[in-house]
Structure formats: C-alpha cells, structure tokens
Design a binder for this molecule. Structure first.
Ligand code: PEP
Length: 256
C-alpha cells in the first residue's frame, strides 16, 4: 500500500486557547477557508468546554471536532477528568491521547496513555495517539528505542481491528511549541520506524494502512516538505492551528 491510499489527516490542537465564542468563530472560519479541500481530513481538537460550540459550528461542514484528552474510567471520583461517554454524548469524534504536555506536566505515563487509548477506542472514538522523544533522548541516540517502546506500550491490548481508528502523531518533544522543527528527513526516519514497529505488532497490512502524522512547530512554511515524505501522512498542529488562515495553508499543502 502506498502513501497515496492512506488518508491524510490535518488536525489542530488548540491546547488551552479559545473561549466558546472564539471557538465558534474559529471553527466557522476554518470550515469556510478549507471548504472543498477534500484531499485530507480536517480535525480541530478543542478544550472540553468549547466542544458544544465547536460541534455546532462544524455541523454540516467537513470539519471534525475532537477533544484533547479522555479518562479511562467510565465514571467516578476523578475530579477534573472527563469520560469517553461524556465526550461521545456531546458529539466529539476524535480525541488526542498521550500529548507530551500531558506526560510532562500532568504525570501521564505510557500505562495511563494505554488505558485512555483503550477506553476511547471502546467508545468508538478516533484516537490521535501522541508519542516522541525528549531532547536528551535524541542526543543520547536512543530515539528509535524510545519511540518503538512507546508505540508498543501505548498500544498494548489494542486489536488489529481497532487500529483502523488509531492515528499516530510522532511529536518530538523538543519541537513542540519551540519553533524548532524536525527536518523532513528526521520526521520521515522516525515515522518509518513507527510503521515498522506497527508491522511487527500487527503485520504489514495494518501498518501500511495506519495514518502517521508529524507534529512539532509545523507551519505554513514547512508543511509541504514534511508532508511530501512517504511515511508522513498528516500533521498535528498546535500554534498554527489557532489562526484559520495559517491552518488552511497546511491543509492546502496536504492536498497534493
Ligand atoms: C502540538 O501541540 O501537538 C504541537 C505540535 O504544537 P506546535 O505545533 O505549537 O509545536
């Protein structure tokens, strides 16, 4: 299977930005500007409280709405957390799991990322599973070990069938929000490694069908070259997704 038959996915991660009224306007503007760009899926992952406004604004358009995390328990004493059932009822379709900011600032581990991934898949979500090395690990020359270990741990117990709803976002932590971007060759090398790891877990057919995004300071200037790589099937975009015109340029770059 070739890159051309994998579905490209350009997803925005708004992080902790935008109030509900700002979200409504930004979703409407993104939908308007990217209208007709059918060469990739367009997803916006918004703060929990923005979900109803974003979902309403995206209704009837090609833009899909996602959340930025999900808890693994069905319900209970987990103050501040949100369950898959809650997200499903408001109409979210995607959920980011394992973002490096959750791992860095909120103590999430491969174990909790795995639990969250399985809970989201069981509830029918499309999961954008984030993984990637920190700078010290890259400098120590252990990027491939780290990334392949994360892939295996984060997907433990996920079936081959469920992989149809998994998108992997390779996000080198040193490139997130820093303005530093992996070179297209660095991104390709690690995305290809992730695909080989998926092949070892699930076989070639699943590995070749899985969308693997790059994330880390992707913007309108560097997107086309990153997305031209054989194993880079899309992007997870933070900062640049907050400005619909900039995000649209990245969606445009994914049309080729
Ligand atoms: C992200 O939040 O996943 C991300 C890649 O952020 P940025 O594009 O700002 O580096």
């Amino acid at each position: 299977m070739k890159k051309s038959v994998r579905r490209a996915v350009i997803a925005g991660n708004w992080k902790m930005n935008m109030t509900p009224s700002e979200a409504k306007a930004a979703v409407e503007e993104t939908a308007r500007l990217t209208n007709g760009m059918s060469g990739c899926d367009v997803v916006l992952c918004v703060p929990f409280v923005d979900l109803p406004a974003a979902i309403e604004a995206a209704a009837g358009t090609h833009v899909k709405i996602g959340a930025q995390n999900v808890h693994f328990a069905e319900k209970g004493a987990f103050t501040g957390e949100v369950s898959a059932k809650m997200l499903a009822e408001v109409g979210a379709e995607y959920v980011i799991v394992g973002h490096s900011e959750r791992r860095q600032y909120f103590g999430e581990t491969d174990e909790t990322v795995n639990l969250r991934t399985k809970a989201a898949l069981a509830a029918g979500f499309k999961v954008i599973l984030c993984l990637g090395e920190v700078l010290e690990q890259r400098k120590a020359g252990i990027t491939s070990e780290i990334v392949s270990m994360q892939t295996k741990l984060d997907l433990a117990g996920v079936s081959a069938e469920e992989m149809a709803n998994v998108i992997i976002a390779y996000e080198p932590v040193w490139a997130i929000g820093t303005g530093l971007t992996a070179t297209p060759d660095q991104a390709e090398e690690v995305c290809a490694l992730i695909r080989r790891t998926l092949a070892s877990l699930y076989g070639d057919t699943v590995a070749e069908a899985t969308t693997i995004q790059y994330g880390g300071s992707m913007n309108d200037a560097n997107a086309a070259e990153l997305l031209s790589k054989e194993n880079v099937d899309g992007g997870l975009i933070g900062g640049a997704s907050l400005v619909p015109a900039k995000f649209t340029k990245i969606v445009e770059a994914a049309q080729a």
